[in-house]
Design a protein around this ligand. Structure first.
Ligand code: EPZ
Length: 418
């Protein structure tokens, strides 16, 4: 079953439970293999990416049992510090095993991740950081080989607050000799939770959530349990649909992770109410055009850029959307224009002229968040939309069509003849 079939313009209502955050659980899973013993992780979303990561952890020797959102990882049997190409090429986050395995075994072989749907995704910050910690890094037929008897704490400054590099270096530095300071560290909630988890495992990390993280090396880590934070990107995706199609309530969500997004939604005219763990959005029937520029946290997330463009396609005017994190993350634009949207891209900026109405069309997913934008457009559009290659959406959204159907959307999974 590789398509979603949507009959658009159905009103939405009711409440939707937000799943655990994909981008928090993936590094937490790789941190778990730094310790012997069983770690219990709760609210794990059942995604292609979490299942891919389970496969990878089993390849390195860990034992994993995943049932009903609860994942137990036993790191006692980890014995094979190698992440193979055919797995890493399907999920860039596999690179997160580099720091943990190097710290635990002193030597690790990880396939260099390739690019992704929208362009090159280098890992130079990860490698330079590990070299500064004393690792010897060599590249051999597409594999990174990293070796270090024991990593030594030092000061590392990132030229860009990379989420992945911050996670990898923080994990590697937990058992380095001495103190490591990461300047210009990522402040995303997913990295905050990773650092909190590492401290629960016995690490000694200070400055969590700031751009200066200080890590005092400890001798070893032990297993620990944790409940994954809610997925702010999934939440933002539903809010952008609700802004047009109907009053919906998100539960099990952390509104403080979405401050910038909620501000922008109020600017377009939606009405937002929040409690400590819920967000209710009341739609507006006249979407004001609002420019948006992505930024690292707490700015507007690049992972919600495609969804925001979809929302702006039916705004009452023109808007300008710039992505400062990825300058080439616009593979969703030609597909959105197939709905009759009017969008032009120049360098890292999309210029959107709002249209009266989108018309359903056959469209193709190109990456996780582009797929979400196509679903939003299909829900807005008149008539039938089929979204193909939905394995992309299954990588990052748990049962998205079931959740939208429960809210009143006419959406279901079909096979190639739809
Ligand atoms: C994480 O990717 C997320 N993935 C991405 O979400 C997200 O888009 C991204 O952070 C930005 O928020 C996971 O957490 C698994 P970065 P990551 O390192 O860590 C450049 C999704 O849809 N860079 O913060 O790979 C890079 O090219 C995914 O869930 C280097 O130049 O992102 C980009 O321009 C897509 N060298 C910028 O930094 C490096 O060594 C930010 O990348 C690393 C990054």
């Amino acid at each position: 079953m590789d398509k979603l079939i949507i009959h658009g313009q159905k009103p939405l209502s009711g409440s939707v439970k937000i799943s655990g955050a994909k981008n928090a659980v993936l590094p937490i899973m790789t941190a778990a293999i730094m310790a012997e013993g069983k770690s219990r992780i709760k609210r794990v979303p059942d995604l292609r990416d979490t299942r891919t990561m389970i496969k990878l952890l089993e390849i390195v020797g860990a034992k994993c049992t995943f049932h009903n959102g609860s994942l137990i990882i036993d790191g006692s049997t980890v014995n094979n510090p190698e992440a193979p190409y055919d797995l890493v090429k399907t999920m860039r986050a596999s690179f997160y095993v580099l720091g943990p395995l190097l710290a635990r075994f002193g030597s690790v072989k990880v396939s260099l991740p390739g690019g992704c749907a929208w362009g090159p995704r280098p890992v130079d910050f990860h490698l330079k950081g590990l070299e500064k910690l004393g690792a010897k890094i060599t590249l051999n037929s597409g594999y990174i080989l990293a070796e270090a008897k024991r990593l030594k704490g030092t000061k590392i400054s990132f030229e860009f607050p990379s989420v992945g590099a911050t996670g990898n270096i923080a994990m590697a530095a937990t058992t380095a000799q001495g103190t490591t300071v990461i300047e210009n560290a990522a402040r995303e909630p997913e990295i905050v939770q990773l650092c909190e988890y590492l401290n629960a495992m016995g690490a000694s990390i200070g400055g969590i959530g700031t751009s200066r993280i200080v890590i005092e090396g400890v001798d070893s880590l032990h297993s620990a349990d944790i409940k994954v934070i809610p997925d702010r990107i999934e939440a933002g995706t539903f809010l952008m649909a609700g802004a047009v199609l109907g009053k919906i309530k998100l539960t099990d969500v952390n509104p403080s992770h979405l401050d910038t997004v909620l501000l922008k939604l109020k600017e377009i005219g939606a009405d937002i109410n929040t409690s400590s763990n819920s967000i209710t959005i009341n739609p507006t029937d006249n979407i004001k055009p609002v420019d948006m520029t992505t930024a690292v946290y707490p700015g507007f997330a690049t992972d919600l850029q495609a969804q925001w463009v979809a929302l702006m396609t039916i705004a009452a005017g023109s808007s300008v959307i710039t992505d400062t994190v990825y300058h080439d993350r616009f593979s969703h634009i030609p597909e959105l224009n197939r709905f009759g949207a009017n969008i032009r891209v120049d360098n890292n900026t999309a210029f959107v002229r709002g249209v009266e109405e989108l018309v359903g069309a056959p469209v193709m997913s190109t990456d996780i968040r582009a797929s979400a934008a196509l679903i939003i457009a299909g829900l807005f559009a008149k008539g039938k939309t089929t979204v193909s290659r939905i394995y992309h959406i299954d990588r990052g959204y748990e049962k998205i069509e079931d959740k939208f159907r429960l809210l009143g959307a006419n959406i279901h999974r079909g096979n190639s003849n739809g």
